[in-house]
Write a protein that binds this ligand. Sequence first.
Ligand SMILES: Nc1ncnc2c1ncn2[C@@H]1O[C@H](COP(=O)(O)OP(=O)(O)OP(=O)(O)O)[C@@H](O)[C@H]1O
Ligand SMILES: [Mg+2]
Length: 238
Amino acid sequence: MELAGVTPDPWQRQLLRSTARRRIVVGSRQIGKSETAAALLSHRALYRPGSLNLVLSPALRQSAELHRKVLATLRASGAPVDVRSETVLSVELATGSRVLCIPSTEAKFRGFSAPDLVVLEEAAALPLSAWQAVSPMLAAAPDADLVLISTPRGRRSWFADVWFDGAGWEQYLVPATDCPRISADFLASERRNLGDDIFRQEYDCHFLEADPELDAKNPRVFSADAVDRLLGSHVDPL
Ligand SMILES: Nc1ncnc2c1ncn2[C@@H]1O[C@H](COP(=O)(O)OP(=O)(O)OP(=O)(O)O)[C@@H](O)[C@H]1O
Ligand SMILES: [Mg+2]
């Protein structure tokens, strides 16, 4: 990050310097999660020749944005960069190191083995199937690092389970109040705009019991009427 003229915040510095194999960040919006992911990936690509560094994001737009941040960091370092941008957004260095930015909609994520670093960005928005694809990938790579970074998205998610279980993970909790670029005035106006629950999710690292987005995507399978019919209590007007 310093190469790109940015001074890391304390949590960013600690995460970037950590040697823990498993790191998980639950953080507010706009604290620099993507910037940190890009710095981790670029650093590993630069300092471990021939390394394979993967980052999975929920959608193509986020992968493209991260790809752009990785490129900016690599270019600032002066390393020779050879870019191949097809379905998978990738950067390759002259040393053979690669950084691949893959949207979770891309089935090819399953095809990789023995990576050096895997980052799941906006991890809480990734489907369980993406999380399940990660472990086999690490089976033959005992030295690989795995880093999960996200704003919470509901207590009922694999990401919340990993966070609350916590065993084997170095944990980082970064509310908006820890970010020097986010003002108290801005947070007060966001609380008014979003309401308490969403505000606490977006800015205060809170895992909501009911996930409004999930509930909207997965409406109840059975209507109350159908349940009544199944239970035999429905009186047919005919
Ligand atoms: N340590 C830092 N110093 C100065 N600016 C920073 C720092 N870290 C991140 N930024 C800037 O803050 C802004 C937000 O960063 P970034 O997009 O990485 O945040 P984010 O947590 O991923 O946000 P979102 O929740 O919207 O995905 C960007 O303009 C980024 O360049
Ligand atoms: Mg981001």
